[in-house]
Design a protein around this ligand. Structure first.
Ligand code: AMP
Ligand code: MG
Length: 321
């Protein structure tokens, strides 16, 4: 299959919507990372996402909607979820009880009674969702377990020839995946830290989300090894060892091949640079014959929680392949 590159103009948006209607897969820009979309009501189309990514079938996908109005046919909204709705459109995913007549493919929800929903803010994502006019299932547009894509080139590098098209919307502004919140007994549960800071959620709702128990693996974003470059990653380092490159945050301790997530220690800038930096660090290590790279400590506040979550999984032993 030849992967078409589409521009985010009317022609490109309509071509992307047409491919989705025809049951094909299209990668598109969102503010978090690039998503690999397919018609969420079409089993065969959704199956193509799992095949292109080589994603295990037990892992559910996030359903993307153009606007909040489309939600009422798909899912119930617990009282605790109502309070979070002002954060849409944006980098927030809510795991909600699925309505029996949702019409969603069971592959999307991996047979669960809940469905993960997001209304993205990115203009390109919104335009294609609007032109398509229905729910679009879209995980991150990268081979399963690998580093997420924050540019059209990243998508092409991982999925060329395996998907119908890429709708290029430029580099992603947030750079880490959405924050995922579920609900248990009307209490918020943080399933994955992401683009909306927990502090923002606490401020808005007056409540602190419960952290999901580890070991309850329901999806790849929760697997220990994920977002993994080929080379080894060592977190919270004070300086690089002899056989390591250096991924800095703030002032660099000493010269070593590498990059800085943000020289001014700015978490927003670091999140935006994260996945591109992981890809580039992989190449830098290989070019310099280094076994891996060390990463400077990143504070656990704001977007730092999501950055550290991704780094932890990038650094984890590769037991999941
Ligand atoms: P990705 O789209 O690659 O960022 O991965 C999708 C993420 O959505 C997974 O990591 C899950 O944590 C989450 N997810 C999707 N559906 C559900 C669900 N019904 N229950 C819990 N988590 C879900
Ligand atoms: Mg992913």
């Amino acid at each position: 299959m030849q992967t078409k590159m589409l521009e985010p103009d009317i022609k490109g948006i309509n071509a992307a919507a047409e491919l989705l209607r025809g049951g094909e897969t299209v990668a598109f820009a969102t503010e978090t990372v690039y998503g690999l979309g397919a018609d969420a009501r079409n089993d065969a189309a959704v199956a193509k996402i799992f095949k292109a990514k080589d994603r295990p079938a037990f892992n559910p996908l996030i359903v993307h909607l153009a606007d909040f109005d489309m939600l009422k046919d798909l899912a119930e909204i617990p009282d605790a979820a109502e309070k979070l709705l002002p954060l849409w459109p944006g980098p927030l995913t809510l795991v909600l009880p699925k309505k029996p007549a949702s019409g969603l493919s069971d592959l999307v929800t991996a047979g669960l009674e809940t469905v993960a929903i997001r209304v993205p803010a990115h203009a390109t994502a919104r335009a294609v969702l609007q032109a398509f006019g229905g729910p679009v299932a879209a995980p991150s547009a990268n081979p399963s377990g690998k580093v997420s894509a924050t540019s059209a080139d990243h998508v092409l590098a991982g999925l060329q020839g395996k998907i119908a098209a890429i709708l290029d919307g430029g580099p992603c502004g947030v750079g880490v995946e959405s924050t995922i919140i579920g609900f248990e007994n009307n209490q918020m549960v943080l399933l994955r830290p992401g683009g909306v800071a927990i502090e923002t959620i606490t401020q808005l709702t007056g409540q602190v989300p419960v952290i999901a128990k580890t070991g309850q693996i329901t999806a790849p974003g929760q697997l220990q090894s994920h977002y993994a470059p080929d080379v080894a990653v060592r977190m919270n380092a004070s300086e690089p060892r002899a056989n390591e490159a250096w991924l800095g945050f703030g002032a660099n301790p000493r010269q070593a091949p590498g990059l800085n997530l943000s020289a001014n220690a700015n978490l927003t800038e670091a999140a935006m640079a994260l996945f591109d930096s992981l890809r580039k660090m992989d190449a830098i290590c290989k070019r310099n014959g280094l076994a891996g790279f060390a990463v400077a400590p990143v504070p656990d506040t704001g977007l730092g929680l999501a950055i550290n979550d991704r780094l932890q999984r990038a650094a984890a032993p590769r037991v999941n392949g």
